[in-house]
Write a protein that binds this ligand. Structure first.
Ligand code: MG
Length: 165
C-alpha cells in the first residue's frame, strides 16, 4: 500500500534572524521569520508526510499559538511527524524537496542538508532529495522577500508492525 503527499510553505526573509533550511544554519544576510525557527523546507516536508496519511497539517499538530513551539528547532517537529507516521504503520519510501530562493546559493549545503534530514528521519540518505532553484528574479522569492519550499513524499505500509512484532 503506497501513499503520496505534498507540502508547500513560505516564510518571510528579515534581518536579524538566523537562516535555517533543512535543519542546518546557513550563513546569510537575512533569516526567515516565524514562530519556530521558520525552517521552511522542513515545514513543507512535514506537511508532505502528514498529507500522505491524511493526518492534517503542521499547523494542526504544532499550532503557532502554542508557546511550547516558540523558537523550536523544526528538526524536533520532523522527528515527531516521523514517529506519527510509524505509529500509523508506514515507512518512508522517499521524499523530494525543492527550495525556491534568489539567494543564498544552496548547492554547497545540499549534501549536509540531506544527511541531516535522513538522520532526523532515521532513513538512508538516498531516500532524501533536496534541490534548490531561483525563480529568475520573479515574484516574492525573486525579490528576496521570502523563501518558498515544496516537498513530496511517498510512504509504504511497513512490513514490521509498530512495536517491532
Ligand atoms: Mg512554516
Amino acid at each position: 500500500m503506497l501513499r503520496i503527499g505534498q507540502g508547500y510553505d513560505v516564510h518571510r526573509l528579515v534581518e536579524d534572524r538566523d537562516l535555517w533550511i533543512c535543519g542546518i544554519k546557513i550563513p546569510h544576510t537575512h533569516g526567515l521569520l516565524g514562530h519556530s525557527d521558520a525552517d521552511v523546507a522542513i515545514h513543507a516536508l512535514c506537511d508532505a508526510l502528514l498529507g500522505a496519511l491524511a493526518l492534517g497539517d503542521i499547523g494542526k499538530h504544532f499550532p503557532d499559538s502554542d508557546p511550547r513551539y516558540k523558537g523550536i528547532d523544526s528538526k524536533i517537529l520532523l522527528s515527531h511527524v516521523m514517529q506519527l507516521i510509524r505509529e500509523h504503520g508506514y515507512d518512508l519510501v522517499n521524499c523530494d524537496i525543492t527550495i525556491c530562493a534568489e539567494a543564498p546559493k544552496f548547492r554547497p549545503y545540499i549534501d549536509e542538508m540531506r544527511r541531516t534530514l535522513a538522520s532526523v528521519m532515521s532513513v538512508d540518505i538516498d531516500q532524501v532529495s533536496v534541490k534548490a532553484t531561483t525563480t529568475e528574479k520573479l515574484g516574492f522569492t525573486g525579490r528576496r522577500e521570502g523563501i518558498a519550499a515544496l516537498a513530496i513524499s511517498l510512504l509504504q505500509k511497513s512490513t514490521i508492525l509498530p512495536g517491532g512484532q
